[in-house]
Design a protein around this ligand. Sequence first.
Ligand code: M6R
Length: 609
Amino acid sequence: MCGIVGYTGHRPAIPVAFEGLEHLEYRGYDSAGIGYGFQNKLEVVRSAGKLKNLSEKISHSTTALTVTCAIGHTRWATHGVPEERNAHPHISNDKSLILVHNGIIENYLEIKENLVRKGYTFHSDTDTEVLVNLIAEERKNQPDLLHALRIALQKAHGAYAICLLERENPEILYAARMAAPLIFGIGIGENFVASDIPAFLSYTRNVVFLEDGEILVADANSYSVYRSDDLACVQKQEQCIQWSMQAAQKGGFRHFMLKEIFEQPQVIKDGLTGRIREWQGVVLPELDNLTIPRRLHIVACGTSYHAGLWSSHLFESWARIPVQIEIASEFRYKERFLLDPAEDLVLVISQSGETADTLAALRIAREQGVTTVGICNVVGSSIAREADVVLYTQAGPEISVASTKAMTSQMTMLACLAIYYGERKQVLEEGREEKILRALADLPKRLEEALPVMHTEAKRLSRKYAQAKSFFYLGRGHCFALALEGALKLKELSYIHAEGYAAGEMKHGPIALIDPNFPSFVIALNDRLYPKVKSNIVEIQARQGHIIVLTDFNVDIKVDDIWQIPSGMGALGAFFVLPCLQFFSYEVADYLGKDVDQPRNLAKSVTVE
Ligand code: M6R
């Protein structure tokens, strides 16, 4: 989603803002721009496409080194095509304000009509240009921009994080948020605003997380936060970020995605640290005061949804808790009476903690009085702050748009949670808990040894199958969730059409697609479902379909390619399957010359509905 940067201080602001935008590139964008005040005028430089286009334009500007306050933006198109005229910052008709915005103003057409009636003209298709003119209109009748902002934001409905500059005082940053992330970075003699911490982490680790309905006003040396409904001052708590810029850099790897795949053993290790009571249980003090739910609703999107789907097998088998798993964009529009505050628990999973649909689902559950638990990676994110309890996955910053280590970290936490409930309910058979805990604790070392071999095999297979136009990913039981994830990874990275299916569903329709040009990637682990998966393989072969089998034992079947991996204990085998799926998609995409870390049309954090 869009990235916002604001800087005011003693340094040349345009390079600082540009650098901030580079650190937000991972969020996904299709145009970019920077705005600042210079010689009593507000200027904007914008361009479609990647930041290098913007950089070329900026390099022609002689003001670049003299300006000490600037705002910047990377835009992921929601209203209007990704052209320069739609890129941010947008300037008001009277040239008194420039604005960058992440989110959607839902009633912008209505506001636009009113403004057109008053004589305003518009040069873009965006809701942002409407908002900046609305603020400018309100400013005419208000003593200062803060008051004008308050009135305008009361009239604009929807989600937004905004940052703006006024021609009269171009060294002051104004910012506000409603359901979109915005963080304030506090330096010495300089201050920052950004959609995410990496934008300013090279300059400061001290941050304030802005809440919905707050307005920030900051110059180089001071700041104030106000409630937008009555402009009362809010005392904010400053926090110190623990992770470093190094954690957010490629560290010698070709792509962030590759680095993040290789980080997975460490991610499991970090996720388990302090969580395993040798070998008798799991420590989750965050949950000790909550009752054990009779029914668990897991709600998430994309890869996080797949982690949730995988974990439903663990909750049902280890903790005997029935699970209803739902995609957040569906859950949020369902009939509310299905939730029972006395018996249900809503567990939302989100790497970013900012996904709009997941956040909305969480809020609905809270409105219903149902206890909510959030599994999040980003500390201080909206979901982390709003859930009754947050369990952090500790995966460190995930920069590549394609989620990899985040899923592993979520699976680690979900496994701990299932054991925790199993133990509290005393339904884990004697000795089983210890076996699971030992198997979990062994994972980092075993995976670390296995990853280079997996990578080599993925590279070989990617060359063989990269020309396929379509792929099936098939699995049963907990491997169905992995099949969905494998298909998602392949399509988002390589743009090859891929479908994840429960292997047993093939005969109900999809098998009609099978022919020699439509290969299947089958996950066939050594478990009670293997004989069933084997039948499904044979059915595909009978239709001349080519098959890769990913397996952890010597399968008694002849297929095109057998990819042998180490075996995990039961569903923990997923920790070995997942990296293979990630490597395969990575290698296919890289071989085909795709933009691995920033696939087309995608954003890292989906903060719009
Ligand atoms: O930040 P979240 O975990 O809430 O994000 C959910 C999805 O947008 C995300 O997992 C997406 O599917 C991944 N980019 C896929 O690799």
